[in-house]
Design a protein around this ligand. Structure first.
Ligand code: NAD
Length: 279
């Protein structure tokens, strides 16, 4: 994202990487924390290409649940503060957001579409054709929280996305074993999520962005999932001042200039406010 009409040469580039911790105060479980989202599921049963090939219904049950949970959650103070910061015309920063989260909370807070997060692990409100890989907006939950087949619209997509020709109206599609087929190839669709064993998305865009950062900030990420866990060091080597906002220390402490310990909802708004005094 860059502010329209501003001279980007005079602006500092701030690149922010968020992880599951920024959504914890919205009620969404983190990956590793107690009560985490994956706790009752063996990851390899629900979030790998092999699991999808073996049992697509189970995988769609899991992602239907995640869509419903994400839709029931609301962006918190940290998501809102980032969206507001991006929307301030007087900011001295060009802010770029990379997120490992798939929960759509950054996008839902970003009412003026100024933040435009790069979702390196995909997004729950999208699906793609397993044949030609066309990506669609898709906020359908095919199953309810109890796992019963009960197609429902979760409203994860906004009005623009719903109006897009790439929005899937599943109830109009044919089903094979209850599963939706893509309009393009009439083949099964899968969640547009990076599963274990798959490569993150948009790396060709992300790497130069991280290398160009004047300030690089991680928020709510444990620093153990690569390649995202390597971005702090990459930014530091390329001359960025590095910040980490997290509830606990992370393994990259050697390359963090400023560690801000605490909850994202409290610390992120204060941190962004403090940046306004930075020349
Ligand atoms: P993680 O669970 O490994 O780490 C989360 C970090 O956030 C921890 O270090 C924890 O101490 C910290 N944290 C917890 N609550 C916090 C709060 N209120 N404020 C600040 N920090 C807080 O998550 P990760 O590093 O993002 O990696 C996990 C992987 O799982 C990622 O690939 C991500 O795509 C995926 N995931 C995404 C979501 C989501 O979309 N919301 C949820 C779970 C997992």
């Amino acid at each position: 994202m860059s502010h329209q009409g501003m001279d980007s040469k005079t602006n500092k580039i701030i690149v922010i990487l968020t992880g599951a911790g920024i959504s914890a105060e919205s009620g969404l479980g983190t990956f590793r924390g107690a009560g985490g989202l994956w706790e009752n599921h063996r990851v390899e049963d629900v979030a790998t290409p092999e699991a999808y090939n073996k049992d697509p219904l189970l995988v769609w049950r899991f992602y239907s649940m995640r869509r419903i949970q994400a839709a029931n959650a609301k962006p918190n103070m940290a998501h809102e503060a980032l969206a507001n910061f991006a929307n301030e015309e007087h900011s001295n920063f060009d802010i770029h957001l990379i997120t490992q989260n798939v929960d759509v909370l950054h996008q839902r807070a970003d009412r003026f579409h100024r933040l435009d997060p790069i979702c390196m692990h995909g997004s729950l409100h999208q699906s793609r054709c397993t044949s030609c890989e066309t990506v669609y907006f898709d906020d359908y939950a095919y199953f309810d929280l109890e796992g019963n087949y009960a197609p429902q619209n979760t409203e994860l997509c906004n009005a623009d996305q719903k109006a897009s020709p790439h929005y899937l109206h599943h109830y109009k599609l044919d089903y094979r074993n209850f599963l939706p087929l893509s309009p393009c190839c009439k083949q099964p669709i899968r969640p547009h999520i990076v599963w274990f064993g798959e490569n993150p998305m948009f790396m060709e865009k992300i790497i130069p962005l991280v290398q160009s950062a004047d300030l690089f900030v991680t928020i709510g990420t444990s620093g153990v999932v690569y390649p995202a866990a390597g971005f702090l060091e990459m930014a530091k080597i390329n001359g960025a001042k590095t910040f980490c906002i997290n509830q606990e220390l992370i393994p990259q402490s050697g390359v963090i200039d400023v560690f801000i310990q605490g909850s994202a909802g409290e610390k992120v708004p204060k941190f962004l406010e403090s940046l306004k005094n930075l020349s």
